[in-house]
Design a protein around this ligand. Sequence first.
Ligand code: FES
Length: 266
Amino acid sequence: MSADDAGPAPIPFTLDGRALDARPGETILSAAARHGIAIPHLCAADGLAPAGNCRACVVAIDGERTLAPACCRTPAAGMQVQLETERVRKAQRLVLELLAAETAGAVQKPDSELTHWQQALGVTSTRFAARMQPPADASHPAIRVALDACIQCTRCLRACRDVQVNDVIGLAARGHDTRIVFDLDDPLAASSCVACGECVQACPTGALLPAREAVSVAERVVPSVCPYCGVGCQLDYHVAGQRILRVSGRDGPANHGRLCVKGRFG
Ligand code: FES
């Protein structure tokens, strides 16, 4: 193999003194995960463009004054990144504490990523006042909308706009009043939503859930292939007893984790 066939060279950097490498274009978050190091993150998800809006993933980079979001920064050769420092962990815990106030009283789904990171970093309470919670929207037969659990990470928005190219979901208002809306702030059932459920799959907390069996805990996950048409989308059935609680997309050659309304809710 010639040098040209070997592909771009990996980029060496360190994380807490440990030598790692990043593939060209890979973020600190992704490179660390590939090496088995988990950095807290909420608005970042595989398959979605980075948004950098939750700041749960901040790390310190030697020589830089401010903390940097690991989901948006790509390592430079020789970069020295710090995760396990009091300053970094304090900043991450503050973000999770603010989000605890944001979602006070909300029901989180069993596999909530927010709950996972709060537990991982020992965030058990919040010093901040709860926000005024938006009312639930139960208009849709397939998708339950409970924006009291929303952290405005915009994963649903990016899944709807960038992945499925439906562009139903947007962010309305400003500052503390910012909220997810469907079309022109319509009830979900009255919007142009096609119920693909990509937003449900992307949601890290449970603000968007399947309408039925939303917060039940699955006993097992059964991989399968969608029986509806000939595309061959791969999926996972989340099952309790003999009952399918919900369906999520699995990475397969035909669907790369995506499903349509029939596969997810049919
Ligand atoms: Fe990096 Fe949200 S995961 S800013």
